[in-house]
Design a protein around this ligand. Sequence first.
Ligand code: PLP
Length: 277
Amino acid sequence: MVYLNGNFIAKNKASIPVMDRGFLFGDGVYEVIPVYQGKIFRLSAHLKRLQKSLDSVKIPNPHIENEWLAIFNQLLTYAETGNQSLYLQITRGVDICRKHSFDVLTPTVYIEANPLIPKTKQMLEQGFSAITQSDIRWSRCDIKATSLLANTLYAQTAKEHQVEEVILHRETIITEGATSNVFMLKNGTLHTHPTGVNILSGITRDLALESAQACDLTIEESSFNINALINADEVWISSSTREIMPITQINGQTVNDGKVGQYWACVYTHYQRLKND
Ligand code: PLP
């Protein structure tokens, strides 16, 4: 079952008109929200970011928080038991003809729930590989926009290179991953790119920083370059579905001799606690 514009229907029965601006232009925004043991994780933070994305592209928010919660909970009653990830997409709506400019339309709302199976600690302890590539995205990466052409190309590149993530850089400065935020640990200080237009301010990023603080790390939200990344003591990426994941190989070179670091183990433990709060 999925949710589409007020109705709960079978996924193969859900369809949108071709004049939907989400289809024509990728004119919409989205959120991905984890659900652990039936509890929606960090709902307010996700809805706050959704509001920010909607405001940035001038799409009215069709629901207040309690309405969103009621829709999510209803949808989750149709889902299998176990952890879930909610995918919520709001497009500007259906236009009369295809034109770039827009009038006020009724937004299209689509939500689906999918099983969320985070990697086990044992799997994470093996470490993951990444490659770096130039960041070709636009200058409003803070908006969680559905227009993800660059990101799909990066995902395909990652697949072709059999790596977990493509880590992006503008000039030599590391911004974030194609679908994650990036952290670099050196001499007890954790560095991550500051929030702003060049990265998506990840909900997990905030939680990773909170976890890092609990593990007595000094935090610097400041930019760092590719060289620093490759010579780091530890590198992690974070996202709602991956949680906090250790990267032990970048561009074929090992980080920390290819071993998962002790601070990652500490933040992992803290993050698991936050999930169960
Ligand atoms: N940065 C980008 C480009 C992303 O696509 C994502 C998640 O999909 C993130 C960062 C991490 O955001 P969050 O932790 O809210 O999932």
